[in-house]
Design a protein around this ligand. Structure first.
Ligand SMILES: Nc1ncnc2c1ncn2[C@@H]1O[C@H](COP(=O)(O)OP(=O)(O)OP(=O)(O)O)[C@@H](O)[C@H]1O
Ligand SMILES: [Zn+2]
Length: 483
């Protein structure tokens, strides 16, 4: 392994100022990052996972730049309504009622499914997964401390008065104009954008999840949760708060308002607010509410390795919309296979990673560092990796060291994967590895006997079972992926 000759300052796009700013840590040598986590009422779709590939890449870049990373991702198991503003029902209560199941079972099931996707995408474990329901007592304390000066009570809950903080909604920019009408008209609200930080259980009803509070039985508001967990685990101000770009409009402005109220001397609570753009498909933003949506396990069932999706994300800039298409994904899979084969070949040539001394490689490491330091330009960084692999004349051990340093940022697991690991069996396949190897052996014998009719028939059988025979390729065969 080696450290990069890295002099480029880390520039990150701050949604607060809509500009690139140099990263200066609040605590010397450390980077504290909070990412809004999934609402666990359903499976995460590929779009949701883009948000965590982005947050993970950011964390990896911060580690690469030498900061000691403390990353928190929360799990929202209460409080997120079917509309991001104050409209609708709690997403988890709704799912539980529809399926006649306990909320706790639903939350556990989807949390575990989410964690599987996280592992499959080689997203590093955060320092903590903070579970919202574990923090309710702290949420009540937080709300109590700001209630007198910033909140008022209505029959439906405790509301935050957004006129009590300066510049409410400046993160969203358009919030004031778009604000009217985007929020359920609750009788007695002082401003259209005021939001519930505590929702009382309506008289005569019981909720599966409810807690006692000074404002009666009820549940916390979603925005309150992230303010409280980020403060409790990272302290105000911390360095970077991340989320999908939809959060720039309501959720994060509301978090900021609460943070301002709680700790007025620390501004918005975080120095940087960073947002990934959407994964879209032909119908627009991929979302759970839209019924059919793509999940990572579906890709795997089709025989596509999950890291091909990670690579597809890295090929685009996190602030650009990324259109999902099977062609795009299959192209990423092909690129991943090439990378894996090239690195496996290097591993075959070098016993172990050496130290990067070759000037060309040092220069490429510098280019890589500049690319990722330029607001996480992973697309460019990937082309630098290609360049390293193309330096056929340079010592393999040194190249391997450079690849290792780069893959620590890209997270493609290039030092461990073999091309055969990418050969995922599609669930539609009607044969297995043992039967395939057996047929290939028979086919080899038939060819040795010059029995080409038999050899062709065996090949056709394999094709019919979803297997491509690759004469001349060391791997010998591959699953055919039909999408
Ligand atoms: N299509 C998308 N592309 C990229 N990020 C997304 C997309 N949709 C949601 N996100 C982000 O995914 C993260 C997790 O979102 P969450 O689980 O709260 O989803 P949701 O809002 O309940 O569902 P929906 O997918 O219907 O919007 C958030 O940071 C959110 O901004
Ligand atoms: Zn949040």
């Amino acid at each position: 392994m080696t450290s990069a000759p890295d002099t480029a300052p880390l520039m990150l796009f701050n949604s607060l100022t809509r500009s690139l700013e140099p990263f200066q840590p609040v605590h010397a040598g450390e980077a504290r990052v909070y990412s809004c986590g999934p609402t666990v009422y359903n499976y995460a779709h590929l779009g949701n996972m883009r948000a965590y590939v982005f947050a993970d890449t950011l964390g990896r870049v911060l580690s690469f730049k030498g900061y000691k990373l403390r990353h928190i991702i929360n799990i929202t198991d209460v409080g997120h309504l079917t509309d991001d503003a104050d409209d609708g029902e709690d997403k988890l209560e709704k799912a539980a009622a529809e399926r006649a199941q306990s909320i706790w079972d639903i939350a556990r099931h989807y949390t575990e499914a989410f964690w599987e996707d996280v592992r499959a995408l080689n997203i590093r474990q955060p320092a903590e997964w903070s579970i919202a329901t574990d923090y309710v007592p702290k949420m009540i304390e937080f709300a109590k401390s700001i209630a007198d000066r910033h909140c008022y009570e209505l029959p439906s809950g405790l509301y935050f008065d957004v006129s009590t903080v300066s510049d409410y909604g400046s993160l969203a920019r358009a919030a004031t104009e778009a604000g009217e009408g985007r929020i359920e008209a609750v009788e007695g609200k002082r401003n259209a954008q005021d939001f519930a930080i505590w929702r009382k259980t309506p008289e005569g009803e019981t909720r599966q999840m409810e807690w006692d509070s000074p404002w009666g039985k009820g549940a916390p508001g979603w925005h309150l949760e992230c303010s409280v967990m980020s403060e409790a685990l990272l302290g105000f101000p911390f360095d970077i708060h991340t989320g999908g770009i939809d959060h720039r409009e309501i959720h994060h402005p509301n978090e900021i308002a609460q943070n301002q109220a709680f700790a007025c001397s620390h501004g918005s609570g975080a120095r940087f607010w960073m947002h990934n753009n959407f994964l879209i498909d032909r119908t627009g933003k991929m979302s759970k509410s839209s019924g059919e949506f793509l999940r990572l396990p579906l890709l795997m069932a089709k025989g596509i390795h999950p890291l091909a999706y990670r690579l597809m994300c890295l090929q685009a800039h996190y602030r650009s919309e990324l259109e999902f298409s099977w062609d795009n994904l299959l192209a990423a899979l092909t690129r991943l296979k090439r990378l894996v084969m090239a690195v496996a070949a290097l591993r075959g040539q070098a016993e172990m990673a050496g130290t990067v001394e070759h000037p060309r490689l040092q220069q490429l490491l510098g280019d890589f560092a500049s690319a990722v330091s330029d607001d996480l330009n992973t697309a460019k960084a990937l082309t630098v990796l290609d360049d390293v692999l193309a330096q056929k004349k340079v010592d393999a051990g040194q190249r391997l060291a450079a690849v290792a340093a780069m893959d620590a940022v890209l997270g493609l697991n290039l030092l461990a994967l073999e091309r055969a690991d990418l050969r995922l069996r599609p669930s539609s396949a009607t044969t297995d590895e043992v039967a395939i190897e057996h047929r290939l052996k028979l086919r080899k014998e038939a060819r040795a006997d010059k029995n080409f009719a038999a050899s062709d028939a065996l090949r056709d059988e394999l094709v019919a079972a979803g297997v491509e025979v690759m004469d001349g390729d060391p791997l010998g065969w591959e699953w055919r992926i039909e999408v």
